[in-house]
Write a protein that binds this ligand. Structure first.
Ligand code: ATR
Length: 268
């Protein structure tokens, strides 16, 4: 047995299609780190015992995806300020006997937007959805000094809950389309070819249509945005950047992000 092997995992449900192992294992190899990164599917009632076992199993790092980003929190010893404010953890480090929860989705989103050379400052942003990733997106948007954040979610109470974490959020009923400069799809609509039932044709030119989904690479939402002449971007870069931030936290090494990486992820 390779006793010095550093173990990493991603937990979620579903987890079959997670690209994290492919990406993290590529970077481990590139950086000649003796480590292995696996995926584990968990049920809700298994989270507590799994997290406690991280200590026993000598897992050095763990990524957390849907639907556990909030559910892991009670089992951790400490949280970064960002994880605390968003109540969302996507990266865990086991360090000095302590389990620390971090949120790299925030930087992931910010870096993805920066790579587009899109200036979010003073923009009016409409976010569709209020699921696990939205608190991170709101945190990042506030960092980028947008002028207004409007949330629209099918279940209004979940959008209202975000107001407990953040000031100055505006909520509109699902089905309404207020004026916006940037629209972000953070719902799961589009993963399986669904259409979002909103009429985007009234949006004036040169808006940014952003979808957190990256598989498929062009959801119907992005297709529509493109057809109407807007700028579009999927969630692939956010995924890669959140992963690179996690890698940095675990290894203190900035992994290289190049076209190879995107090719590697496109091969699925
Ligand atoms: P979770 O809510 O467990 O965090 P998620 O995948 O992060 O899961 O979030 C799914 C998002 O897609 C939610 O905002 C969800 O809306 P609800 O809060 O009303 O469930 C949204 N969503 C999923 N299916 C939808 C549909 N058919 N119409 C509109 N919104 C939908």
């Amino acid at each position: 047995m390779n006793i010095n092997l550093k173990k990493f995992v991603v937990i979620g449900n579903p987890i079959e299609h997670s690209l994290s192992p492919k990406l993290q294992n590529y970077w481990l190899k590139e950086n000649k780190i003796n480590g292995a990164y696996d995926k584990i599917k968990l049920q809700d009632n298994e989270i507590g015992s799994f997290i406690k076992d991280i200590k026993k199993q000598k897992i050095v790092g763990c990524n957390v995806t849907v639907p556990f980003k909030k559910k892991v929190i009670p089992f951790l010893d400490k949280l970064s300020p960002e994880a605390e404010q968003t109540q969302s953890v996507n990266t865990i480090i086991f360090d000095n006997g302590n389990l620390a929860g971090h949120n790299t989705d925030i930087t992931g989103f910010e870096k993805a937007i920066k790579s587009l050379n899109f200036n979010m400052k003073s923009k009016k942003v409409l976010v569709l959805g209020a699921g696990g990733v939205v608190s991170s997106i709101v945190y990042a948007l506030k960092n980028m000094h947008v002028s207004e954040i409007i949330i629209s979610n099918r279940t209004r109470s979940k959008a209202e809950n975000l107001k407990i974490l953040f000031n100055n959020l505006k909520i509109v009923e699902w089905g309404n389309l207020p004026d916006f400069d940037v629209i972000i799809n953070a719902t799961s609509l589009g993963l399986n070819n669904e259409i979002i039932n909103l009429d985007f044709s009234s949006a004036r030119m040169n808006k940014l249509f952003y979808d957190v989904i990256y598989n498929p690479p062009e959801t119907n939402f992005l297709k529509k945005g493109k057809e109407l002449g807007h700028m579009i971007e999927n969630g692939k870069k956010m995924f890669v950047y959140q992963a690179s931030e996690a890698f940095k936290l675990w290894h203190q090494i900035e992994p290289e992000i190049n076209s190879e990486i995107f090719k590697l992820l496109d091969n699925d």
